[in-house]
Design a protein around this ligand. Structure first.
Ligand SMILES: [Zn+2]
Length: 159
């Protein structure tokens, strides 16, 4: 959805509406699955070389737990706060792209199902604790915990 910069007056431009989930164009096995239209409701302010967006972004998603890889429901509802640098001679921009990028930035990057769904028990939580405990036993001299998280990342990527 192309918006002309000329339409953004001194006191800003109010925008609200929704985009279909297809704007994300993610594969079925992506860790983020948009479930329905995503909504935006906010104001756009124009400065000399940037636009500023403020307001609210919300929509229904399924996210994949970084530990057990199960998908769980997540109601995204964020404060919309971002900006977009403007090129010289730019006269318009695609609101759809801004909304898409801002959702992807704001969605949690390594969500844990038991932390985000009340009462949910992550099947792999116990397993991860075991990994952490066994790592402590090894007592690596510069143990700053990064190895554990590296292992977790690899685990999360494993199919
Ligand atoms: Zn889980």
């Amino acid at each position: 959805m192309e918006i002309l910069l000329a339409d953004i007056l001194e006191d800003g431009l109010h925008v609200d509406g929704s985009f279909p989930k297809t704007i994300f164009d993610l594969s079925e096995d992506d860790s983020i699955r948009p479930e329905a239209d995503v909504h935006y409701d906010g104001d756009i302010y124009r400065f000399e070389d940037a636009l500023v967006f403020t307001g609210r972004l919300y929509g229904k998603f399924q996210l994949q737990c970084a530990r057990c890889l199960e998908y769980f429901d997540f109601e995204a509802d964020f404060a919309w706060s971002s900006d977009l640098d403007l090129e010289k001679r730019q006269f318009s921009f695609d609101l759809k792209e801004v909304v898409r990028e801002d959702f992807l930035l704001e969605l949690p990057s390594s969500p844990m199902c038991d932390e985000m769904v009340e009462g949910k028990v992550c099947e792999k939580a116990e397993f991860i604790e075991q990994v952490e405990t066994s790592d402590e036993v090894e007592k690596e001299p510069e143990d700053d915990g990064r190895d554990v998280w590296g292992a977790l990342d690899d685990f999360g990527k494993a199919k």
